[in-house]
Design a protein around this ligand. Sequence first.
Ligand code: AMP
Length: 226
Amino acid sequence: MRDGEAVIVILIGAPGSGKGTQSRKLSMSLSMPKISTGDILRSYTLSNHPLSDKINSIIASGSLVPDDILFSVISERLSSPDCDRGFILDGYPRNIQQATFLDSVLSQRKHRLVVVEIVVPEDVLIKRIAGRFSCKSCGTIYNQYFSKPKQAGICDQCGSSEFYYRVDDKESVVMERLRAYQLQTLPLIEFYNQRNLVCKVNGDKSSDEVHEDLLSCIFDKTPKIS
Ligand code: AMP
């Protein structure tokens, strides 16, 4: 990172655009934590968190969890010392209110904000989500049609043999998630464009190529849509 400057990367993209995979790769390349609000909320549903039933049913329906819950999730996570040198946001903000809240949290920090929109055609998104499964232990994401583990049933990254399918990856729920993305999250592109912060990448390429384009966005801020 330039002169110890904290860089905050916001990944915006529809479900299936590769935010999870790319945030994991960026986290490794940049040695910064990746913060997935979806992962944090899913972890609540597996614990005896007081809101676990409510959050579980909202996630399973494909709608967005209320902002007040997200505000406390994000304030708590960003106050952790591992975020001091920057971080990658995967799945937050999801609407203008969340972006405004983030601005207020960040107003006290010296940082450079980079917003990347990962663009993928809708038919590709649906195919990607249909076969998606993840390692239970390290979260690595696979697809039964495009990117299976090298050895069947064994995670390439951590060797675990336990995997899971997300409850909200069913086709009917995916349509609701895409709708929520178009109505509530896409307006964020205009919100951040007004501050000239957005870099677009074509997410319909290999994950290594998308990763390279993301790094170019973060370091050169060159818009890459190819
Ligand atoms: P994701 O793993 O990012 O696809 O998120 C899965 C689900 O968690 C979403 O469909 C929402 O129900 C919920 N969720 C995750 N992040 C947010 C957020 N920033 N605001 C509201 N709901 C969220």
